[in-house]
Each structure stands twice: as structure tokens, then as C-alpha cells.
Design a protein around this ligand. Structure first.
Ligand code: 13P
Length: 259
């Protein structure tokens, strides 16, 4: 199946950036520019992943627009004594439909392991959220030719707890925030491998409909070549998603894409 059968996703991961006023201005830029980008083109899903403190502000701003909301992380438990964490029901209550699971910055900064990420993905779907499972190899792992083994390990563990639904983001760590984007060939090779591994894990049909996004220094000048690849179905954008003009341009490329 070509990616023409999968609706592209343009997702913005704001990470630990912006105050409420900045978030409002950014959302106004996006909601103002979005209709022109989506109309007449195909269509794309647009999702924002702001810091937890900004969720209600962003939810208000994007009300009535085509933009969806997601959390950057969630605890696998529904509630309880977990200081500093946020739960799936709390994210849903704040207006989220999506949640990131296993971003490499969570793995690095908070020691999250593959098994925990699997539990989070399952808890997400139990609470009606769509997990966007993030995975990718480090520069050292790529140099040691461990990339495919790492991707297989991460994907297998994330799906071991059988989340009811999910999408995937391939984010090579060496490309995140570095300006060093993966070439279309390198990204396509990883995406194709992930889709083939998905077919083994969850069957051909689900593998063919799962969106696999690319993340890592995605910007308006490199996304067209990336999405032209057969197995690349959109983007999880960090830095460039903090600029409404750049993010709108990325949305535009996704919305116009025909597989
Ligand atoms: P950059 O787009 O800033 O490289 O970040 C990618 C990322 O980590 C998105 O989750």
C-alpha cells in the first residue's frame, strides 16, 4: 500500500517551550492560516503537543479548528501518588486525543525503558487516547550498525502490551535538534523496516494503515523530499513547530501530498 492511502499527519512537539501568551499567539497564527492550507488540497491531521501547563490554553485557542491536541507524556496509572506526573484521564479531560509515548528525551532525561513505554501506550488507549510511539537509534548505535536491531527491540516492546491503536514516530536521536536531517533514503529505509516489523507483530493490514511519521530537524525545506518516500506519512516537528509560518508550510506539504 502506498502512503496515498494513509492520511498524512503534521504534529508539533513544543517540548518545554513557550509561556501562555506565546502559546496564544502561536495558536492564533496557526488557526488563522490553516484553512487556506487545508482547503483544495488533500487533507492532513494536525496535532499540537504542548507542555502540560499550556494544554487548557491551547485547547481553548484551537476550539472549532481542524487542530487536535496531545500530551507529551503520561503515567501508566489512572491516578494516585505520582508527584509531577500526569495521567491519561487528566490529558483526556484537558481536551487531548493524542499522547506521545517514549520520546527519546523522556528515555534520556527520565530513564524510561522499553517496557514502561509499552505500558504507557496500552494505558493511553485504555483511556481513549491515541499513542504516538516514538523510537529511534542514537548516533553511536547507527555507527555500530545496530539501527535495525534497536528499532525492532523498541517497537516490539512498545506493542507487547497490545495497545488498541497507535501511530509511530521514527526519530533518529542524531537528527533531533541538530539540523542534521536524515536523508530521504535513510529515513525511508528505517520506515520500511518499521512497517515490515509491524506486519510481523500486528499483521499486514494494520501495518499498511499505521502512520509512521519522521522526526528530527524536519523543516519546510526538507519535508517535501521526505514525504515523497513511500513509507513516510508525515512529521513530528520540534523547533520548526514553534514558528507558525514554518509549521503552516509543513502542514501545506502534508495536505498536498498524494501518495
Ligand atoms: P527537532 O524538529 O527540533 O529536531 O525535534 C524533533 C523532535 O524531537 C520532535 O519530537
Amino acid at each position: 500500500m502506498s502512503n496515498g492511502n494513509r492520511r498524512p499527519v503534521a504534529a508539533g512537539n513544543w517540548k518545554m517551550n513557550l509561556l501562555r501568551r506565546d502559546a496564544e499567539v502561536l495558536c492564533q497564527g496557526l488557526t488563522g492560516g490553516l484553512p487556506a492550507k487545508l482547503e483544495g488540497a488533500g487533507a492532513a491531521d494536525v496535532v499540537l503537543f504542548p507542555t502540560a501547563t499550556l494544554l487548557t490554553t491551547v485547547a481553548r485557542q484551537i476550539q472549532g479548528s481542524a487542530i487536535s491536541l496531545g500530551g507529551q507524556d503520561m503515567h501508566p496509572d489512572a491516578s494516585g501518588a505520582h508527584t509531577g506526573d500526569v495521567s491519561g484521564p487528566q490529558l483526556a479531560d484537558a481536551g487531548c486525543g493524542w499522547v506521545l509515548c517514549g520520546h527519546s528525551e523522556r528515555r534520556q532525561d527520565h530513564g524510561e525503558d522499553d517496557a514502561l513505554i509499552g505500558r504507557k501506550a496500552r494505558a493511553a488507549t485504555d483511556h481513549g487516547l491515541l499513542p504516538l510511539i516514538c523510537l529511534g537509534e542514537s548516533g553511536n548505535e547507527r555507527r555500530a550498525e545496530q539501527t535495525l536491531a534497536v528499532l525492532r527491540r523498541q517497537l516490539t516492546a512498545a506493542l507487547a502490551s497490545k495497545p488498541a491503536s497507535f501511530e509511530i514516530a521514527y526519530e533518529p536521536i542524531w537528527a533531533i535538534g541538530t539540523g542534521e536531517v536524515a536523508t530521504p533514503e535513510i529515513a525511508q529505509q528505517a520506515h520500511a523496516f518499521l512497517r515490515q516489523t509491524l506486519a510481523e507483530l500486528v499483521g499486514e493490514e494494520r501495518a499498511a494503515t499505521t502512520r509512521i511519521l519522521y522526526g528530527g530537524s524536519a523543516n519546510p525545506s526538507n519535508v517535501a523530499d521526505l514525504i515523497a518516500q513511500r513509507d513516510i506519512d508525515g512529521f513530528l516537528v520540534g523547533g520548526a513547530s514553534l514558528d507558525s509560518g514554518k509549521f503552516l508550510d509543513i502542514i501545506d506539504v502534508c495536505a498536498r501530498h498524494r501518495g
